[in-house]
Design a protein around this ligand. Structure first.
Ligand code: GSH
Length: 215
């Protein structure tokens, strides 16, 4: 087996890559990173000093690939399968990348802000930043609701990297700022994502860690 993935099953950016791997039944060796364990953290930092995951190692090409989007692009280029994660058509490809960026930067990042603020020590929380993040999420939901009016997946009929990004982003965002009635199409899109076998598997594998989610 050539691929090794450093990840944590509960992490949203890691789930994005897991969905991509599961879509194409791409075999990989799993390295679950325990950030609470010094040795595990050091192992991750040895290959990616930034210390964030997911990180992919490809022994066959002697490559280390960080950043979830770049990992999915790499998988598409070097380990393609039945699901074309980034369309070969260049026009559709940039639109896919735009949606991938949208879900990462305008859904996942503000969602993380709300969640990680809950983990800060009392007295060091950032109430203003959290309110800003929640407003960003509501703006993103409005846009998704419009965008999904006539679509099944982010790029219409084809499941792509944009859906890999959207699945965990929307799943966790809905826990911190629920969609409610005002965002019914975003909620329906999330239901389709949750039913997709690749993401259903990622959710299932994250279940043992759900106590990590701060109330
Ligand atoms: N832009 C990165 C973001 C990765 C990221 O934020 N990962 C989080 C987990 S979801 C992480 O490593 N957190 C641990 C830390 O920041 O120490 C990507 O797309 O892979």
């Amino acid at each position: 087996m050539s691929l090794e993935l450093y990840f944590h099953p509960f992490s949203s950016f890691c789930q994005k890559v897991l969905v991509a791997l599961y879509e194409n039944d791409t075999p990989f060796e799993a390295h679950v990173v325990d950030l609470g364990d010094e040795r595990s953290r050091a192992d991750l930092k040895k290959i990616w000093p930034i210390g964030k995951f997911p990180v992919l190692r490809d022994r066959a090409n002697d490559r280390t690939i960080p950043e979830s989007t770049i990992i999915v692009e790499y998988l598409q280029q070097h380990y393609p399968g039945k699901t074309t994660l980034v369309p070969l058509d260049r026009e559709l490809a940039w639109q896919t990348r735009l949606r991938d960026r949208f879900y990462d930067l305008h859904v996942s990042v503000p969602m993380q802000k709300v969640v990680t603020d809950r983990l800060r020590p009392a007295g060091q929380r950032d109430a203003y930043g959290v309110e800003q993040a929640k407003t960003q999420l509501r703006t993103a939901y409005d846009m998704i609701d419009q965008d999904m009016e006539k679509r099944t997946w982010a790029m219409d009929d084809a499941f792509t990297m944009a859906d890999c990004a959207a699945a965990p982003a929307l799943y966790y965002a809905n826990l911190v700022v629920p969609f409610g009635d005002a965002h019914a199409r975003a909620a329906a899109y999330l239901r389709r994502l949750v039913d997709r076998p690749s993401f259903a598997r990622a959710i299932d594998e994250a279940k043992p860690y759900r106590d990590l989610f701060p109330k």
